[in-house]
Design a protein around this ligand. Structure first.
Ligand SMILES: [Zn+2]
Length: 403
C-alpha cells in the first residue's frame, strides 16, 4: 500500500446549541504499510508516489460479524422462500432432509456470502458450521477450505455447531473429532432444554469438551421466558466454575426480552461478571432484548447477520451497518451520540470516538483494517446506511473503489 490522502476522520464532538451535538471531523493522510497504520499526517511527503485519493471518504474500523452460517443457505444459489413451521425442532427435521444434497453447492454459496458480507465492510467472520449426525464433518471440511481461500480478505474463527443437538452429536463422537482440528476455535450449542432435553447433560458435555480442547463456547439460545432465563443462569454458573470468563457467548438469548428489569437486573450483573457477550440479530416481529438495557449493565452486545436467505429466513442484505441501523431504530437511538455509538455493535466495540467524545480510533500501530464510507460521520452512516464503501483488509483494498 502506501499513502492514502483526503481521508476524513472523526476527531471529537461539539455541542453547538443546547442538546444539539455534532461530530467534528478533519481531513488527513494515512500511511499504510505492513498491514498497519504507520502514520497519520496532515499532508503527505513530497516524495510519496502511488498515492491513493480517498476523495473525502470517512475512515472507520472495519466490521465484525460474530455469527454467520455459511454452510446451509440459499444465497448464491436458487431462490427459495421459507416453508412455514412452528418450532426449532421442526426446522431441524427439515434440515436433515436437505443437508446432504446441499453439500455439492456449499463452496459456491459460501463464497457468494463471504463476497456479499465483506463488500459491506466486514473483515472478520465467526463462522458457524454444522456438525451433526447427517453431515458429519463434511461441512467443516468444505467451509474450512473456502475460508482458507479467503485469507487475503478476512480473518475468521470456525465454530463447530451441533445444530441437531449436542448430546446426539457427541454420542457418536463427532464433536470430539471436530475439536481435535486446530482450525476450530469455538464449540457451539443450541437450546440445551428443548433440543437436548437435558440442560445439565448438554452443558456438561459442552464445557468439558471446551475445557479439554481449549476452545471458546457459543450457545444459540432460542428458548424463551423463564426456561431460557434459567438456562442463561446455568450457563453463567458453568462459565464461572470452569474459569471461562470472557470465553463464552450466548447468541439470540430471546428470553432476555421476556422479563421485567427487576427480574433481569441480577442476571445482567452476573452476565457481566462472567464476561459473557450476547449476540443478536435485532429480530423484528418478536420482542427483541433491549440493547441499551444490557449495555447499561456493562454486558457486551454484538449485532450479527446470522443467516441470509436460508431455510430459517428469506431476509438479510449481509450489511451489518443496516443491522446496526435497525438496532438504533428499534431502541430510539436517534441523537448524534447514540447513533455513532451504535457503530460499536458491529465493530467489536471499536468506535472512532468514545462515549465522552475523545478520539479512540485510529491510532498509529492500529491494524490496516478500515471501512471507508462516503458519509459525514458514523452517526450519518448508521442513520442513512450510506451505500458507498471501500474496504481495506491487512493494508490492502479488498472491495470497492473511491468514487
Ligand atoms: Zn445462527
Amino acid at each position: 500500500m502506501g499513502w492514502i490522502k483526503n481521508v476524513l476522520l472523526e476527531i471529537g464532538r461539539e455541542e453547538i446549541a443546547k442538546d444539539t451535538v455534532v461530530t467534528k471531523t478533519k481531513q488527513v493522510c494515512l500511511l499504510i504499510q505492513d498491514g498497519e497504520i504507520k502514520e497519520i499526517a496532515a499532508v503527505i511527503p513530497e516524495a510519496a508516489n502511488d498515492v491513493i485519493d480517498a476523495k473525502g471518504y470517512l475512515a472507520l474500523p472495519s466490521l465484525v460479524d460474530n455469527h454467520i452460517h455459511l454452510d446451509k443457505g440459499h444465497y448464491g444459489g436458487k431462490w427459495h422462500a421459507v416453508v412455514p413451521m412452528h418450532s426449532v425442532a421442526e426446522r431441524i427435521v427439515e434440515e436433515r432432509g436437505f443437508l446432504r444434497e446441499a453439500l455439492a453447492e456449499t463452496s459456491q454459496k459460501a463464497q457468494a456470502l463471504i463476497d456479499l458480507i465483506t463488500s459491506k465492510g466486514a473483515t472478520f467472520l465467526r463462522v458457524q458450521t454444522n456438525v451433526d449426525p447427517v453431515i458429519g464433518l463434511e461441512n467443516i471440511t468444505v467451509i474450512k477450505k473456502v475460508l482458507e481461500q479467503n485469507k487475503h480478505k478476512i480473518n475468521y474463527e470456525l465454530v463447530v455447531f451441533p445444530q441437531h443437538g449436542t448430546v446426539i452429536t457427541e454420542e457418536i463422537g463427532l464433536l470430539t473429532k471436530a475439536l481435535e482440528d486446530d482450525a476450530v476455535t469455538v464449540l457451539g450449542g443450541v437450546d440445551p432444554a428443548t433440543l437436548d432435553g437435558d440442560i445439565e447433560k448438554s452443558l456438561k458435555i459442552t464445557f468439558d469438551l471446551a475445557t479439554k480442547y481449549k476452545k471458546e463456547i457459543d450457545i444459540h439460545l432460542h428458548d424463551r421466558g423463564t426456561l431460557g432465563l434459567f438456562e442463561i443462569k446455568r450457563i453463567i454458573d458453568y462459565t464461572i466454575a470452569n474459569n471461562m470468563q470472557g470465553k463464552v457467548q450466548i447468541s439470540h438469548a430471546f428470553s432476555l426480552a421476556d422479563a421485567s428489569e427487576d427480574v433481569l437486573r441480577p442476571i445482567l450483573k452476573r452476565l457481566k461478571e462472567a464476561n459473557i457477550a450476547i449476540n443478536t440479530t435485532v429480530p423484528l416481529g418478536t420482542k427483541a432484548l433491549s440493547i441499551p438495557l444490557l449495555e447499561s449493565h456493562g454486558v457486551k452486545v454484538n449485532v450479527i447477520n446470522d443467516n441470509i436467505n436460508d431455510h430459517w429466513s428469506p431476509f438479510g442484505s449481509g450489511d451489518l451497518i443496516e443491522r446496526a441501523s435497525r438496532a438504533a431504530e428499534c431502541f430510539s437511538m436517534t441523537d448524534e451520540v447514540s447513533l455513532s455509538r451504535a457503530l460499536g455493535l458491529v465493530t467489536n466495540g471499536v468506535t472512532p470516538l468514545d462515549q465522552e467524545g475523545n478520539l479512540a480510533w485510529p491510532k498509529v500501530g492500529d491494524k490496516g483494517d478500515i471501512l471507508f464510507v462516503k458519509a459525514e460521520s458514523s452517526a450519518h452512516l448508521i442513520g442513512r446506511v450510506c451505500p458507498e464503501r471501500v474496504v481495506l483488509f491487512d493494508g490492502e483494498i479488498v472491495s470497492g473503489e473511491f468514487k
